[in-house]
Design a protein around this ligand. Sequence first.
Ligand code: SIN
Length: 532
Amino acid sequence: MKTYDFIVIGSGISGLSFALRAAKHGRVAIVTKKEAADTNTAWAQGGIACVQSETDTFDQHVADTLDAGAGLCPEPVVQKIIQHGPEAIQELVDWGVNFDTHETESGETEVALGREGGHTQRRVLHHKDTTGREIETKLLAEAIAEPNIELLEHHFVIDLITTAKLALASPPRCVGIYALDEESGEILTLRSDRVLLCTGGSGRVYLYTTNPGVATGDGVAMAWRAGCEIANMEFIQFHPTCLYHHSLKSFLITEAMRGEGAELIDKHGRKFMEEYDPRGSLAPRDIVARAIDREIKKTGGPCVFLDITHKPADFIRTRFPNIYETCLTVDIDITKQPIPVVPAAHYQCGGVKTSVKGSTSLPGLWAVGEVACTGLHGANRLASNSLLEGAVVSKLALNDCISSFPLSADQEVLEVPEWESSDVTDVDELVVIYHNWDEIRRLMWDYVSIVRTTKRLQRAATRLHNLQREVQEFYWNFRVTTELLELRNLVEVATLIVDSAARRKESRGLHYTLDHPDRDDDKWRHNTLLKK
Ligand code: SIN
């Protein structure tokens, strides 16, 4: 058993920024299931929202966030995160992150701010169209150089270790993790009184997603199994513009492109968004995604199009170099042709219920970023607020960790048993795992995506129930592998999404059901909370 002052699960913006600060206080293990840079953060294109210009105010950013959040954002949480933004941005810059700048008319250099749906101001700091990659690269380089940080790549966290699991009489708390070392096949026991979950979201639960393969809802699933409270899982954000191409799936076309004037059109060139919302192509994402879904269903076409060809080609190539180059590889020249796009699962607004300091309902466990639900995103996240949340809440969480379990006190010596795997054999038929994985993703897409009905949710629940039994049987009888563990988490998270969606008998933000198409503030203006 290895012991650390802090265990951080996940290596995106939340995990890395927490670890860099925590390393000033003690030994940190960052445990990550693939290569450290393989994160949702690294795929973020648009940027990080923060009040920076003289014409913008905290109050305006707060108002935009509350408006997008459709009545479910706790205002004090929103205010706190937004007000801590500038200081978090400065920290990122100190770690080496470069944000784009431009020259003002008077010849001064200032940060270049982009605009995205639902923002009434330009306030999105970016690094061309690869902001996440820039943040990930710079923070990771700092973490690798930090002697107090041990980076455990290709280590899959199977479960949290809790006092309840150890059948200890002491009050419930998290005391460590079991992690599968993919290379050796060994299962490690890691002990700490301060465990931070930063595992990102669960986009892979859907057939079509903008998320990388790592987004299998691991953090929510393990927190749920450990008895944590889970909130608002019905609010899954579908990004309106994922590239529609058979050989290039999951490629995001950033909303920043609409912020620079790109328009959504149908195959005849008709700009349809004004028919749905006066803000047109820059309406909040829930509205745009639903409008596209409606257009696709109405016309029977496979996609709609995003057109930026009216902008100068040089501007497009400089501002969106990654999208330009990537689309060229599939013979789409975005300076000359509209881009075929479809909505795809993008962001989990709910998650492990936390305070604004990242504390969960299980002492010893904190959760930050997409895995968590501070309430900032309410029923619909405002674009580019998530990197901000990761950078800010990871800082508040560190202070909370240290005051809850002071580092001066000696860590209690606990007898944590080794992982027991003597009676299991290797998985005999991998086809079962792949089949179940595909079935979950397709049924979630068909029954639990942009437009829902009670009947579809019931169908999904019945199928998931059977799948859950099958996966559980596999888990007990066979040696664990990454594929099996991801499947186990995926089915758990899919069930939480369906259960949460079935409870909310109204339409609000990202949850839209044909059986209850209106918002009902009298009955439903509250979080959906699930607890085992
Ligand atoms: C985008 O670039 O459109 C995504 C930004 C976000 O999801 O916040």
